[in-house]
Write a protein that binds this ligand. Structure first.
Ligand code: IPE
Ligand code: IPE
Ligand code: MG
Length: 250
């Protein structure tokens, strides 16, 4: 059974009555350890992790999740050995071509969040094409975080806002939390309600720092991303339904 940190005695949740989060974030972690446990190269874990991403995304759309943000590659992941980064870049390319075909069938709108300029021109082209081709899709918004970092995103927002102030387009007194949100990659989207991280790491690793201010976290410590099943997702959704959100109120 999947463990959830710090839970009290669990009440049984009736899934037909359950309140679903509007926006779910997933930190797809544990590919490397999954491969190591099987004596395989880390890349093999990324391969299986990528196919699981496709399965879980389609499942989220089917059950009525409206926004899904998945963390695929962080601004810090460039520190990894060259061969692993190269394998990931090749995988992103091959994989996107296939997965995007499914997502189109499923009426899923795809957006990449992060600094795309670091990727090869070929990959960037595919990313732009994907966003354009899916721009009119309406059943679910999928954000794929690639070369994404919460601090990097906030720095960009700060710079863009200062430029607007310097140009006289915005007054300092008009800078509100909403203005900051509007300068993030997720502009116009609701903040995440639930963030799930498998693999036993209990940290955010720079994911959606501003947007997650009132997100509910579910850390699952006995499952690695390539094995993360639709039932694991359901368990996280049950746990979300048990939470009492207060947003600072009573
Ligand atoms: C997540 O799995 C995928 C990426 C960060 C690209 P990891 O590669 O971090 O797997 P572990 O955490 O080393 O097991
Ligand atoms: C976070 O995982 C990034 C992704 C899952 C893409 P990491 O494996 O990079 O995070 P750390 O290094 O354990 O904090
Ligand atoms: Mg990791």
């Amino acid at each position: 059974m999947t463990a959830v940190l710090f839970t009290k005695k669990k009440t049984k949740i009736d899934r037909s009555q359950r309140v679903l989060p509007v926006h779910v974030g997933i930190i797809m972690d544990g590919n490397g350890r999954w491969a190591k446990k099987r004596g395989l190269p880390r890349q093999a874990g990324h391969q299986v992790g990528a196919s699981n991403f496709r399965k879980i995304t389609r499942y989220c759309q089917r059950i009525g999740i409206k926004y899904l943000t998945v963390y695929a590659f962080s601004t810090e992941n460039w520190k990894r050995p060259k061969e692993e980064v190269e394998a990931l870049m090749n995988l992103f390319y091959d994989y996107l071509v296939e997965a995007l075909r499914d997502f189109r069938e499923d009426n899923i709108r795809v957006t990449f969040i992060g600094d795309m300029s670091a990727f090869s021109p070929k990959l960037q082209e595919l990313m732009v094409e994907t966003m354009e081709l899916s721009a009119d899709k309406t059943s679910m918004q999928l954000n794929i975080a690639m070369n994404y970092g919460g601090r990097d995103e906030l720095l960009r927002a700060v710079k863009a806002i200062s430029n607007e102030v310097a140009a006289g387009a915005l007054q300092e007194s008009d800078i509100t939390a909403e203005v900051v949100s509007d300068h993030l990659y997720t502009a116009g989207q609701p903040d995440p309600d639930l963030i799930i991280r498998p693999s036993g790491e209990y940290r955010t690793s720079n994911f959606l720092l501003w947007q997650s201010a009132y997100a509910e976290y579910v850390f699952m410590d006995d499952i690695l991303w390539p094995d993360f099943s639709t039932e694991n997702l359901e368990e996280a959704l049950d746990e979300y339904a048990r939470r009492h959100r207060r947003f600072g109120g009573v």
